[in-house]
Design a protein around this ligand. Structure first.
Ligand code: S3P
Length: 438
């Protein structure tokens, strides 16, 4: 945890009401920063996320020779083009950003004759990179990772060849890394996932004029001379919105409107799980479609308090709700019956071990929750007592703890609340806007 670790108490709230627009989407912002740097023409980004993780991406692309102008989320990126990333003077610091750590080597692997070292904070150094290094090596990349699997890692640019990849685990980060490498590999690269994961990279590549196709869980990309992305408008992040949605559903008396939230089908698994739990969330969610769309649809979400029922989350739902699964556990504490998440072993290699963090954290607040090898099982008791929870420096656990406090009987102290700034710097002021902080 950072030396600035801040602890904060969240008292039971009387109801969250009003309207707000959650912060910009983190996944789409990372991709806009990277594809902007890879583009031949300047790319205007509206509503780029101003948070620690996505600042790391802009710092990285600057170190690679791109120019970034503007502020307050309205930026223009003047890129280097696909094959002209500059060799930086020293290691690229990805901070806490796993997405940056996994996507960037896809681009850098093909920068022939140049070498790049990526490093980050303590949490980044625990996150496996062999999942990208192995398939990139199959394309001809030369990558050295610490102990074979971890950052710091060094990428030596080489000529890449297109390969068919079959992923063992559905991961948008790994898929995106390989699709970025595909842009500069000779031929057509295909990536097949066991089930669908978020497809922001695919949508943005389609808009950038890349020959990209999806058939079922298989995506193929033909290499390109250049990419040209005109402008990107980043919607509000459904994963950040999910904290406010959860607070609205759990705290009696709540009624709130979250504006302009991204509702790409590959990101709304949480809302579908919540609706199955009988949670009241109205909105115009995108339908599942076999065809790849260039759009990132948005909708307002109306949320109200109501009683919940437990549910079973199946493995194929996991990638579509991966970052919201801690909130499913929290909702399960308040629901009638059991809530079980399966097939979510990936949670163990997020910013923290999120199975351990959620289970130990919520149990400390009075929850009846057990860890399983690939998820957790919660027995709803109609509420949560409260107590103290450690964020483990993980932004999503910090914010889950805060929401747990608002919905609890006795309040919750969150250790390391400052971690929220990684993805949601305005979290506390947004809670204040909704009247949740007394
Ligand atoms: C992300 C993909 C997911 C998610 C992460 C962001 C992305 O990771 O958990 O927060 O932007 O591609 P995995 O691909 O490892 O599941």
């Amino acid at each position: 945890m950072s030396p600035l670790a801040m602890n904060m108490r969240f008292e039971p709230a009387a109801g969250l009401t009003g309207k707000l627009t959650p912060p910009a989407d983190k996944s789409i912002s990372h991709r806009a920063g990277l594809l902007g740097a890879m583009s031949s023409e300047p790319v205007r980004v509206e509503n780029y996320l101003e948070a620690a993780d996505t600042r790391s991406t802009l710092d990285a692309v600057r170190a690679l020779g791109a120019l970034v102008e503007g502020n307050d989320g309205q930026i223009v990126i003047r890129g280097t083009g696909l094959r002209e990333a500059r060799e930086p003077d020293g290691p690229i610091d990805v901070g806490n950003a796993g997405t940056l750590l996994r996507l960037l080597p896809g681009w850098l692997s093909a920068q022939q004759g140049r070498s790049f070292t990526l490093d980050g904070d303590d949490s980044i150094r625990r996150r496996p990179v062999d999942r990208i290094a192995l398939p990139l090596r199959a394309m001809g990349a030369v990558i050295e990772a610490t102990e074979g699997s971890f950052a710091p890692l060094t990428v030596h640019g080489e000529r890449l060849l297109a390969v068919d990849h079959d992923l063992d685990v559905a991961s948008a980060q790994v898929k995106s890394c390989l699709l970025l490498a595909a842009l500069t590999a000779d031929g057509t690269t295909t990536v097949t996932e066991p089930s669908r994961s978020r497809d922001h990279t695919e949508r943005m590549l389609l808009r950038a004029g890349v020959e990209i196709e999806r058939e079922g869980n298989r995506t193929s990309v033909v290499n390109a001379d250049e990419i040209q992305l005109d402008a990107v408008a980043v919607p509000a992040d459904p994963s950040s919105a999910a904290f406010m949605v959860t607070a609205g559903v759990l705290v009696p008396g709540s009624q709130l409107l979250l504006a302009d939230v991204g509702v790409n089908w590959t990101r709304t698994g949480f809302l579908r799980i919540l609706r199955r739990m009988r949670g009241i969330v109205l909105g115009d969610l995108e339908e599942e479609s076999a065809l790849l769309s260039p759009e990132e649809p948005t909708s307002d979400l109306d949320v109200a308090h109501g009683a919940l029922e437990g549910t079973i989350v199946a493995p194929e739902e996991v990638p579509l709700a991966i970052d919201e699964l801690p909130l499913v556990a929290l909702l399960g504490c308040f629901a009638e019956g059991e809530t079980v998440v399966t097939g979510a072993q990936e949670l163990r290699v997020k910013e923290s071990d999120r199975i351990a963090g959620v289970v130990e954290g919520l149990r400390g607040l009075g929850a009846e929750i057990e860890a399983t090898a690939d998820g957790f099982a919660v027995l709803g008791t109609g509420g949560l007592r409260g107590g103290t929870i450690d964020s483990l420096g993980d932004h999503r656990l910090a914010m889950m703890g805060a929401i747990a406090g608002l919905a609890s009987r006795e309040g919750v102290e969150v250790i390391g609340m400052d971690a929220a700034a990684i993805s949601y710097p305005g979290f506390l002021s947004d809670l204040r806007t909704l009247g949740a902080l007394g």
